[in-house]
Design a protein around this ligand. Structure first.
Ligand SMILES: [Zn+2]
Ligand SMILES: [Zn+2]
Length: 142
């Protein structure tokens, strides 16, 4: 049996679950994540769409897409951020903060070339993205 983890927005109007194991997880330091979240980094967990189910408040979810690469979703009632759909990757980033019971285990820092918050945690720092995700694959020092 694959494990299911509960998630919700800030106010609880939107509830969701993720099931199984994510395709990847880590921290994103890109300017888009920083500007949209108003935080220095975004802790992400990437899931195949079938693993993510909205169980309550689907009509409360709003979406904004500056580019087709990222469809950013939040709760209309509280403004709390939920997830970003990445259609090009075929994956959904459910923010680690949205699913507090999920055992978040970051494997990579991406877009570290744009960082505003250096983190000395021994986890690999990619200048942009890994090669298999269309990036340069360049690894930076912490
Ligand atoms: Zn909410
Ligand atoms: Zn980002």
């Amino acid at each position: 049996m694959e494990k299911t983890y509960q998630g919700s927005c800030f106010c609880g109007a939107v509830q969701l679950t993720v099931t199984g194991a994510p395709a990847g997880m880590g921290y994103c330091h890109c300017e888009s994540c920083r500007k949209w979240s108003a935080g220095p980094v975004n802790a992400f967990t990437l899931w195949p769409p079938a693993a993510v189910k909205v169980t309550k408040g689907a009509d409360q979810i709003a979406t904004y897409q500056k580019t087709d690469a990222s469809h950013r979703k939040w709760c209309k009632t509280c403004g709390g951020h939920l997830m970003t759909d990445h259609p090009g990757m075929g994956l959904i980033d459910v923010y680690a903060a949205t699913i507090p019971d999920f055992p978040f285990a970051p494997g990579v820092h991406v877009h570290y070339g744009e960082t505003k918050l250096r983190i000395a945690d021994g986890v690999a720092k990619m200048k942009d993205l890994p090669k298999e995700m269309g990036g340069s694959g360049v690894v930076l020092a912490e």
